[in-house]
Design a protein around this ligand. Structure first.
Ligand code: SAM
Length: 284
């Protein structure tokens, strides 16, 4: 347990838009205007957001190369009683963005860290994906090197949670291709591109179909992407054809629990396997 001091400043972690500038919250604007200093990922980039809002707060650049060194200076600033707000180029700081070293140091010093929530590409994408959101695994960016990327995907192949990845235009085709190979060509996925921007596109299909579609259309390779992949489903081969068919028919008429209970009685197959298979049918 650590206690927060009351005479120190507060570090605000402020989410900014991921495209549409109207997505900034009133609370974010108020904080960015009222604090004496902003830590930003890129001052030129942030100026484009802040100037139209009439915010002229002084800025310091905090990025992955100077975060360690700057964190101690910013700690002194906070310990002196002054507030500080952290923003990144887009979305929520620390989510595939700088800020972790700073937040950890500030919390370790017992100083208050306050979130100002707002846009985050992975949450926006998941909310429209049509994939299960009750359990998901955010993997951020896959490794750029093909061998490492495939190793990483292989390690995720049996995970039953929805898998969420960030991807850039340079690697979208390669990543979808490797996902189809390592996770299964028939696995259902959703690609969310340029969310909240002019060319926003959300497309669902099998990994194989999505890969073919994106590969064939140069426009679909432009911009920023969130790729979401349905979690691994029970290998249907472990249930015999008659059991699968029975459950499918029962599910057309009954809620999952009842359908599974009846299917167990009719087929004598494992309740757990039938339940998992039933869940996978309901979720797709
Ligand atoms: N901190 C950000 C957030 O809260 O989502 C993420 C920053 S990370 C450096 C940038 C990546 O986020 C992009 O390469 C893309 O994968 C994803 N991303 C950001 N904005 C997006 C958007 N408007 N549409 C789709 N993906 C986006």
């Amino acid at each position: 347990m650590s206690q927060e001091h009351s005479k120190t400043g507060i570090l605000y972690i402020v989410a900014t838009p991921i495209g549409n500038l109207q997505d900034i919250s009133q609370r974010a604007v108020d904080i960015l205007r009222s604090v004496p200093l902003l830590a930003v990922e890129d001052t030129r980039h942030s100026r484009k957001l802040l100037v139209p809002l009439g915010i002229g707060t002084p800025m310091l650049a905090l990025h992955e190369h100077n975060e360690r060194e700057l964190a101690s200076r910013l700690l002194v600033h906070l310990q002196g009683g002054a507030d500080l707000a952290l923003i990144s180029d887009a979305g929520t700081p620390l989510i595939s963005d700088p800020g972790f070293v700073l937040v950890r140091a500030v919390r370790a010093a017992g100083i208050r860290v306050v979130p100002i929530p707002g846009a985050c590409a992975l949450i926006a994408a998941l909310s429209v994906s049509g994939l299960p959101t009750d359990r998901f695994r955010f993997e951020g960016f896959l490794p750029p090197r093909p061998a490492a990327r495939r190793d990483c995907l292989q390690a995720l192949a049996t995970d039953t949670a929805t898998l969420v990845f960030y991807e850039s235009s340079h690697r979208i085709v390669d990543s979808l291709h490797d996902m189809a190979e390592c996770l299964g060509a028939g696995r259902v996925a959703t690609v969310a591109r340029e969310l909240t921007k002019t060319f926003e596109t959300v497309a669902s299909g099998t990994l194989e179909a999505l890969c073919a579609w994106v590969s064939a259309d140069a426009n679909q390779q432009k911009g920023e992407f969130v790729i979401m992949v349905h979690g691994a489903v029970t290998d249907p081969a472990t249930l015999d054809e008659a059991a699968r068919r029975t459950l499918q028919v029962l599910l057309d008429e009954l809620p999952l629990k009842q359908a599974v209970a009846l299917a167990v009685k009719i087929t004598g197959q494992s309740k757990n396997r039938l339940y998992e298979y039933g869940l996978s049918l309901k979720n797709i």
